[in-house]
Design a protein around this ligand. Structure first.
Ligand SMILES: [Zn+2]
Ligand SMILES: [Zn+2]
Length: 453
């Protein structure tokens, strides 16, 4: 008995234990002696026997907790998609709300049945039975009432409706697909979706000339066309073979605005040198108006606004916050997700962002550091700063002047935990090196697209 329990617990932590938790009927899980029904959003009775042959998601959540509020619409969209496809999937809401009014408010956003709020006993016993430790929680039961997964929330965020029917086999399939996708990644399988094989470009920034039967735009390539809306569509195929930066950014994110202006100057410099470089804006904006405002100021290409697609792409690259610049190499494989840091550190010298280039720049940094004094009297700090390298206590740091990441070399005051880039120090008394270095403020904005919890 002890062994069986231990095994169940161990697999449960992986979110996939398949121990029988019911007695073969949904009624034994969802009904009581006095109640053989659930309530529907319209207040009608939904008899438990009528949803018996469905895969069930038991949704534990509450109005007062924002991760639940975030998850509800995501689950609702998956629910509608599965129902539209005719999949036998039902969700049952098990409320952790404090009173009927909160329950009513939260439940009004849900399209599926619920355990009546008044049945507090059922709610308690279900919470206990499925060992619910936090909300939101989505417990998946298959039609023979075996607990299939306890990590339904994560799976819904990660795979959407494709996670259905949430079995170990299905999830293994999706994981293998994802792994294969990274291994065989190309720019086209990253950016193409059904029915769309292009990205957008601003009209009017390119010079148009006509060659034979099609319009060409010399600044961007030779294979573009005007669509009816007079916006430019640039085929993704025309980007193949270039180094492409996928720029995850949004109008609502102040650090993005700051990095965007820096990136524009790098982009223009690289394009002037005719480097094979392109940037594609991936909007993390909450609506199309935000996207338009944000994209207006950008000189590069953009994915058409599609919140779901952007979220999927950000999950694929595990983007934790914005701004983020993911660099894709000419072969379509990911070069680095650290494009932002590399640009902040090395400006256009960072191109093409490869390991070789970064190593070369590090050697150069080491060379340059030799010409810096061991001690520095910096205007931004009241103590003398000491030149340190990675080997002498430098390590990765956030520069106290420009608030961007630093690596390898820094001027440091160990006592205060104060560190700055070598390029960011300014001599206390009128120094020629003080050429317009202005302290700046930016950081990182969290996005709610990935795990949501
Ligand atoms: Zn700095
Ligand atoms: Zn100090």
């Amino acid at each position: 008995m002890a062994t069986a329990t231990a095994t169940a617990t161990a697999t449960n932590s992986l979110g996939s234990y398949a121990a029988a938790v019911g007695e073969g009927s949904l009624s034994s899980v969802l009904s009581t002696e006095n109640r053989d029904f659930l309530i529907s959003p319209s207040g009608d009775k939904v008899y438990v026997k009528d949803i018996e042959d469905n895969t069930i998601g038991l949704y534990f959540g509450a109005n007062w907790y924002s991760p639940c509020e975030n998850f509800t619409p995501v689950l609702a969209s998956v629910y509608h998609q599965l129902r539209d496809k005719g999949s036998k999937f039902e969700v049952v809401f098990v409320s952790s709300d404090e009173d009927q009014a909160s329950f009513d408010r939260f439940y009004s956003k849900m399209p599926w049945p619920a355990i009546p709020f008044s049945d507090i006993q059922s709610k308690r016993s279900l919470t206990q039975r499925f060992q619910i430790e936090g909300i939101p929680s989505l417990i998946i039961l298959d039609s023979s009432r075996r607990l299939v997964r306890s990590d339904g929330v994560e799976l819904v965020y990660r795979y959407g409706w494709r996670a259905f029917p949430f079995t170990a086999e299905r999830i293994a399939e999706l994981e293998a697909e994802e792994k294969a996708k990274h291994a065989s990644q190309t720019l086209e399988n990253l950016l193409l979706v059904d029915g769309r094989d292009y990205v957008m470009s601003h009209e009017g920034q390119q010079v148009c000339i006509t060659t034979s039967d099609k319009l060409c735009f010399p600044l961007l390539g030779s294979d573009m066309k005007l669509n009816k809306a007079r916006e430019l569509q640039v085929p993704v195929s025309s980007l193949v073979g270039k180094t492409v930066g996928l720029y995850f950014s949004a109008d609502w994110c102040p650090p993005c605005a700051k990095f965007t202006s820096r990136l524009i100057s790098i982009y223009n410099n690289l394009r002037e040198k005719n480097e094979e470089f392109e940037i594609v804006f991936v909007s993390m904006d909450r609506d199309e108006a935000g996207y338009s405002r944000c994209y207006t100021g950008m000189p590069w290409l953009s994915l058409p606004y599609d919140a779901e697609f952007s979220k999927a792409l950000s999950r694929y690259f595990d983007v934790q916050g914005i701004p983020t610049l993911v660099i894709i190499g000419p072969d379509g494989k990911t070069v680095t997700r650290e494009g932002r840091n590399l640009i902040n550190l090395h400006l256009e010298m960072a191109f093409p962002f490869t390991d070789d280039q970064v190593r070369m720049l590090q050697v150069k940094m080491d060379e340059e550091a030799k010409s810096f004094p061991a001690l520095f009297n910096h205007v931004g700090h009241r103590h003398v700063l000491k030149l340190v390298s990675e080997n002498s206590g430098g390590g990765p740091y956030i520069c106290c002047e420009c608030e961007e990441q630093g690596l390898r070399w820094a001027y440091q005051c160990l006592g205060c935990g104060y560190e700055v880039h070598l390029k960011c120090v300014r001599q206390v008394e009128g120094d020629a090196a003080a050429k317009g270095q202005v302290p700046a403020h930016d950081s990182f904005c969290a996005i709610d697209s990935s795990r949501g919890v």
